[in-house]
Design a protein around this ligand. Sequence first.
Ligand code: T6T
Length: 329
Amino acid sequence: MPLNKNVVRIGAAVAATLVLAACGGGKIGESGGGGTAPNNKKLTLITGVKAEPFYISMRCGAEAEAKKSGYELSTQEPDKFEASLQSPIVTGVLSTKPAGVLIAPTDNKALAAPMKQLTGAGIRVVEVDTALEDRSVAQSSISSNNEQGGQLAAQTLAKLVGTGTGSVLVLNTKAGTSTTDARAKGFEAEIAKYPNLKYLGQQYTDNEPAIAAQRVSAALSANPDLVGVFATNLNSGEGAATSLRNANKQGAVKLVGFDASPKQVDDLRNGGVQALIAQDPATIGTKGVQQAIAAIEGKPVTRDIATDLVALTKEDMQSKSQYFYKQSC
Ligand code: T6T
């Protein structure tokens, strides 16, 4: 089912508007632990990786909302998108006794134990972007509808290829990343509707642009009929664009990326990438803080909130520049 519009906006509404009383039911000051101490206005954001425009934009939204609400937000970030580096950060945050933690878990299983330590100490936990498989740990999860984003990427890529035939590749990051796994899943289901396109499966990039570039050059050698690549996130997209440019395949092999970093936006403008599925990380941060505060203050919490996803092309990108990610607040 090809797209009949260049731009499709999905997931603007709350996906599941089930409103729950704050689970754990604790009130401020109830158990004397760090998280529940009276008048504790400390929040901590733990992102997936340091100095990356998606998380910078998320932090900007979170900081502004915290300030507006009289809370103090500090941010901690691992040097790489890796559970073994993020887990000790979570454990370290425990001793700083924030009232609430917003976290983007880098692995949908490995972060469960450290995150349970937080909730065990009475700290309210909200997932921002990525999530655990175990839905009993966080009180609220805010993210794009990533499966729909993958479907949108497949529709966009199929439209770009048009009546051509050939193979298409997906670049995922690391198995166990809830967001990119959902994007790959949505893409695979949707691309099956286009008999002119042969799905080659997904390759993992370890969330490293250099590995993404290697995967694309290997795919080009092994599949001379390669007509499309879907890069499920910022780093894989940046690496794929470099590889296609070096192989003189820019534009001949259509590249659809996810995210909208300054480099990805430049690539869209200069033809290095043909479409981007942009998220709204600032709103993920804003809503994450709102839900954490609701949980801390014993107000109703929304279990799942979906934020915007927008397809950007060279033609319409300027009118959607509010979706470009930031390098600083
Ligand atoms: O795509 C985002 C984020 O949604 C994903 O979970 C991990 O990668 C990014 O941070 C971009 O690098």
